[in-house]
Design a binder for this molecule. Sequence first.
Ligand SMILES: [Fe+2]
Length: 277
Amino acid sequence: MNVKLLSGALGAEISGINLKDSSKENYERINNLLLEHKVIFFRNQDITHQEQIALAQNWGPLENHAYVKGLDKYPEIVRIIKTREEKNQWGENWHTDVSYNVKPTKAVILKSIKIPPVGGDTCFSNMELAWETLDEEIKEKIKNKKAIHSSLGAEFFIDNYKGMSGHEQRNYDEYSNEHPIVRTHPETGKKILYVNWTYTKKIIGLDKNESDEILKKIFEHQARLDLTCRFNWTENAVAMWDNRSVIHYAIADFYPGRGLGYERIMDRIAIEGDQPN
Ligand SMILES: [Fe+2]
């Protein structure tokens, strides 16, 4: 096995592990790598839908997305499609997946199916480091507070993306849940800064102006490039991230004459997490 670190902050590209092997031993090796590096990447992994599902089930029950319909035969797999002429793509701003749920996703296994010749990298940012390096005054203000996370409703996930479709019985309603701003990782015990630009709307117990001002500073801090790594996709690559301790950003740099004009297709499986505390 070879481990190539992607940046000084987080992320590693792993070679010498076969993801078709969903044994307990392989799971433990991968989970240790995941906890250490927070996001890990594997190339040339030609795994089937069943193999991707079997691998993911090692971490626990799989999630179905509240708004987005999965594949007909495999509802646990959401196919993320950016059509050729679309500039925008799913997941194109800083977020952690489904933080608006009572139990947000533990981890995601994302496999690339079709990748444009240029554009569409994914960035990840380390939220343990973000907490450690956050301004002390802000830390003091938020350390025992909770924030409201909004699901934004079905339109946000479907209507702006031609390739994405909702469940047959479409539920459009927005809903929200509150989570501690600083959560403790259930496996490592580390503190994690658990808010994100996309879904976190307000700090509970502060008036709106103060909440907006602090959240703005936190979001800027979380996006500092020295907390991040960036993955350049190839087809049949697999990314797996610890959705508790990173935020991520699918870069939509599909501009005419360069990145525009190509499809980008990914298969996503999410594993259920715990209630943050
Ligand atoms: Fe995402």
